[in-house]
Ligand binder design. Structure first.
Ligand code: R5P
Length: 292
C-alpha cells in the first residue's frame, strides 16, 4: 500500500482535454463487452481491421489431411506469420507450445467423420475448456440447407449464449453440402442467418459474382475460407478479391499448408490481406521467398 504520509497534491487533471470515447474498429461489434472486443482485437489486427487465420482443424472430421500429417514439423514454422490459429483442442494441447502468442480460435463442434453424414454435429467442447485454453473465439459449423440444418444452427446459438456470458466470440463456419449451389444467393442466406442468430463473425467461401452482396448484407465481419487447393497465383487473386469486396481477412488452410512452399505462401497471403498488396506483386513475393 502506498504511504499515506507526504502525499503530493494531484494536479494533472487536464480539464481542458475531453476523455476520448473510441468506437470499436470492427464491423457490427461496437456494442459488445470489453472482453469480447479484446479477444476480437487479438484475431483481427486493429491497424488493418483484417486477419490471417491459419485453419488446421481439418483432422476433426477427416483425420491426417495432406499437409497436416505432422503438425509439429509442417505447421509450427508457419505460426509466427499468422494472426490466429484455428484448430482443435487435441492439437493445441499436444503440439502447440503454450508460449505461442498468436490468438487461438478453437473448433468446438464435431462428432462426425467423412464416413457418415457430416451435418450431424454436436457441440464437442465445453466452454469451460475454451476458457481454460484462453481462446479468442469458438468455431461452430453451420449447415444451412443440410440434413441437420436446425441442429447445427442450435449448436451455434448455444455457443453464442455461452460465449456472450463469458466474453468469448463465436465464429460461425458455413458448410456447403456437395449438391448445393455455391452462389451469392446461398451465401447471403447462410451468412445472414448466422449473423441474425448472434454469431460474432462468419467464415464463408469466396464466389465469383456477387461476393460483395454477401459481405454488405452481413452485419458482422466475414472471413474468407480458402477451400480446396488451387494454384498459388489463383489463391492470391481470390484472397485479394475477397478483401477488396468486403471480407475482413481470410481463414485459409489447404491453400497455405498444401502449397509448394507454405512459409512463402502465408507471407504472400499476409501481404495481400494486411498491406493490400496486389496479387501479382504478392505472387512475386511468394516466388522470391520460395527461391531464397
Ligand atoms: C473445415 O471444415 C475446416 O473448418 C477448415 O478450417 C476450413 O475448411 C478452411 O480450410 P480450407 O482453407 O482448407 O478450406
Amino acid at each position: 500500500m502506498p504511504d499515506a504520509d507526504g502525499l503530493k497534491e494531484a494536479k494533472k487533471y487536464f480539464s481542458d482535454i475531453p476523455q476520448k470515447t473510441e468506437g470499436f474498429f470492427l464491423k457490427g461489434s461496437n456494442s459488445l463487452d470489453w472482453g469480447m472486443k479484446n479477444r476480437l482485437a487479438r484475431i483481427f489486427n486493429p491497424k488493418s481491421g483484417r486477419t490471417v487465420m491459419l485453419a488446421i482443424d481439418h483432422g476433426y472430421f477427416q483425420g491426417p489431411t495432406t499437409g497436416l500429417e505432422r503438425i509439429d514439423l509442417n505447421i509450427l514454422p508457419l505460426v509466427p506469420h499468422a494472426d490466429t490459429l484455428m484448430l482443435t483442442r487435441g492439437i493445441l494441447r499436444s503440439i502447440v507450445p503454450p508460449s505461442t502468442t498468436q490468438s487461438i480460435v478453437l473448433r468446438v463442434s464435431g462428432g462426425t467423420s467423412i464416413l457418415k453424414e457430416l451435418s450431424n454435429e454436436e457441440i464437442a467442447v465445453d466452454i469451460e475448456d475454451s476458457m481454460r485454453l484462453n481462446v479468442c473465439a469458438m468455431a461452430v459449423q453451420v449447415f444451412i440447407g443440410g440434413e441437420y440444418e436446425k441442429e447445427s444452427i442450435i449448436n451455434m446459438t448455444r455457443m453464442v449464449d455461452q460465449g456472450t456470458r463469458y466474453g468469448i466470440p463465436t465464429l460461425a463456419v458455413t458448410a456447403v453440402g456437395k449438391d448445393m449451389a455455391r452462389d451469392a444467393r446461398y451465401f447471403r442466406l447462410a451468412t445472414r442467418i448466422c449473423a441474425e442468430l448472434g454469431a460474432n463473425y462468419i467464415k464463408t467461401y469466396y464466389i465469383e459474382g456477387g461476393f460483395e452482396t454477401v459481405t454488405s448484407s452481413c452485419p458482422v465481419p466475414i472471413v474468407m475460407a480458402g477451400g480446396k487447393k488451387i494454384s498459388e497465383k489463383d489463391a492470391l487473386h481470390m484472397a485479394y478479391n475477397a478483401v477488396n469486396q468486403g471480407a475482413a481477412g481470410v481463414d485459409m488452410g489447404r491453400n497455405i499448408f498444401q502449397s509448394e512452399d507454405p512459409v512463402a505462401m502465408i507471407q504472400a497471403v499476409k501481404a495481400v490481406v494486411h498491406d493490400n498488396e496486389n496479387p501479382e506483386m504478392a505472387y512475386d513475393l511468394y516466388n522470391s521467398l520460395k527461391n531464397q
